[in-house]
Design a protein around this ligand. Structure first.
Ligand code: GH3
Ligand code: MG
Ligand code: MG
Ligand code: MG
Ligand code: MG
Length: 314
């Protein structure tokens, strides 16, 4: 489940997984009204394997940006027809965070205040033409490093270290956003709380590391079964799924299949061949606070435990 906020983070992850030289996955947009300058800057970028897109003024730059959401760096001239570079900066910052897109202003103008105007309007850096190619590469690379660092930290802040599932913090942030947009339309929300049965005795019998293996194995299944929904490890051996698609009946059926699948297959998922089961509390209601949804699901989960575990209660 990828949100716009995590776009950069996942791009970073993708780059790491594919082990591609970094630049090959970095899209740079060059905005300049002079075809000659555009070509010169693009050639510099291509020499270092960056992916390059071009636009001939700010207006076109915005259009290219909207059609290419993976662009992460914009290099822009200032004096251009229709929309200047400084104006373009302002527009981009209205639409995109500086955590996602870096802007480098470039101009041949002698106006000494131009660098300040670029920076005040949201540019991250500024170069005077003619510039030295080495300096150009260094500044560009530092800006890409900064974006990568932010992406890494953001991903780590949103991910549970053991299971690599989204964590509680991410779950609350994202569901709160979805609930806010649903509130306007008076729609109901569907959520499940999932808890491993007798997990304490798994730890007691096989050790804490084996318990961790169970948590990780369960997380892999979560990703498979709830690919299009928002699943998270809330803490300990408790998980939640916030459904983003399907009818209530379909969601409930999917959870029942998940429960059955684990009951039948969990024993082959870990080195110690530990058979484990889960209990599930399920709710679907018009509610605007995720806490309230979780609380309601927790009541159902408690019932599932009381009624003998390894079941879904709605
Ligand atoms: P129930 O069926 O009622 O849910 O019983 P339970 O034993 O699963 O529940 P209980 O809340 O009594 O115990 C949960 C245990 O989960 C206690 C805690 O030590 C363990 N636990 C929490 N986080 C982790 C973890 O990250 N790794 C491991 N191995 N154990 C954990
Ligand atoms: Mg110009
Ligand atoms: Mg418990
Ligand atoms: Mg438990
Ligand atoms: Mg528990």
């Amino acid at each position: 489940y990828i949100t716009k906020e995590n776009k950069q983070a996942y791009q970073y992850l993708k780059r790491q997984l594919q082990r591609l030289p970094r630049n090959e996955n970095v899209q740079v947009l060059v905005v300049d009204d002079s075809r000659q300058t555009r070509r010169y800057i693009s050639a510099l970028l291509e020499r270092h394997k960056y992916q390059v897109l071009e636009a001939k003024d700010g207006q076109e730059g915005l259009e290219v940006l909207q059609n290419n959401p993976e662009i992460s760096v914009i290099i822009t001239d200032n004096e251009m027809p229709r929309m200047s570079g400084v104006e373009l900066c302002g527009e981009i910052r209205r639409l995109y965070s500086d955590d996602d897109i870096a802007i480098i202003g470039i101009s041949g103008s002698n106006a000494s205040h131009l660098s300040a105007r670029f920076l005040k309007n949201g540019a991250n850096d500024y170069l005077r033409k003619p510039f030295n190619a080495e300096e150009f590469y260094c500044r560009l690379s530092q800006n890409v490093d900064m974006l990568d660092n932010i992406a890494t930290i953001r991903l780590q802040a949103n991910t549970d270290y053991l299971t690599k599932l989204p964590n509680r913090r991410y779950f609350f942030e994202q569901t709160t956003k979805v609930l806010k947009s649903k509130a306007l339309k008076q729609q109901s929300s569907t959520l499940a709380m999932i808890d491993i049965d007798h997990f304490k005795s798994i730890n007691d019998q096989y050790g804490h590391d084996a318990g961790d293996d169970v948590l990780s194995a369960l997380a892999v299944c979560f990703k498979k079964f709830f690919e299009h929904d928002l699943e998270a490890r809330l803490g300990g051996e408790e998980f939640a799924v916030f459904f983003l698609q399907g009818s209530v009946e379909e969601n409930l059926k999917q959870l029942e299949l998940f429960r059955q699948y684990l009951d039948a297959n969990s024993a082959s998922m870990t080195p110690h061949k530990i058979h484990f089961t889960i209990s599930i509390g399920f709710v679907s209601m018009a509610e605007q606070k995720v806490d309230a949804l979780l609380k309601a699901a927790d009541v159902k989960l408690y019932d599932a435990k009381e009624e003998g575990r390894n079941r879904v209660v709605s």
